[in-house]
Write a protein that binds this ligand. Structure first.
Ligand SMILES: [Cu+2]
Length: 174
């Protein structure tokens, strides 16, 4: 009994802490539904979704690689809105991990660095392309093959995820 890692008292304390949020959560659904019917609340909720007219994503493609190697995701993005956009990340149901990377050439050695965010001013474009910015797509689902399409949700600061369909190209594509 000396090897027990969680004394009973601590376990009960843990349950007590868990129970409180559950009780709090039990009531709101009805209230939330009621608020949803109010036009003003709906408008406020929708404000976080990125308007389709605010951004244009073109030429979205992934370079497929075999043997579980990370794949690069590429696209052109134009900010059609009046506010600056900050791309801060991405997720995908087809990859367990997606990161923003930038390739840099230092004295003939290409290196990749993690990028926290990419800012796009109103009216400006940014190009994710081999040798520069790219999405690093890791741990692909087995369904990802040349010729398939994958959804990647671009995450802009302050907005709901923005889904984009990417075409998976063969390894030799560039
Ligand atoms: Cu990379």
């Amino acid at each position: 009994m000396n090897t027990r890692r969680h004394p009973p008292a601590l376990g009960l304390l843990g349950l007590g802490l868990l129970a409180a949020p559950l009780l709090v959560n039990a009531a709101p659904p009805a209230a939330a539904h009621a608020m949803h019917d109010m036009p003003s609340m709906s408008a406020a909720a929708d404000a976080h979704a990125l308007p389709a007219a605010a951004v244009a994503v073109t030429n979205a493609w992934v370079r497929w690689l075999p043997a579980g190697l990370p794949m690069g995701g590429y696209f052109s993005l134009r900010n059609l809105g009046r506010q600056p956009l900050q791309l801060v990340g991405a997720t995908s149901p087809s990859y367990r991990m997606v990161m923003l990377h930038e390739s840099t050439d230092r004295g003939g050695m290409e290196r990749m660095v993690h990028v926290d965010q990419v800012s796009i001013a109103p009216g400006q474009s940014v190009h994710f392309a081999p040798g520069g910015y790219h999405l690093m797509l890791m741990h692909a689902a087995s369904t990802v093959q040349p010729g398939t399409r994958v959804r990647i949700d671009l995450q802009f600061a302050g907005h709901a995820p923005y889904p984009v369909e990417f075409t998976v190209q063969p390894a030799a594509a560039h």
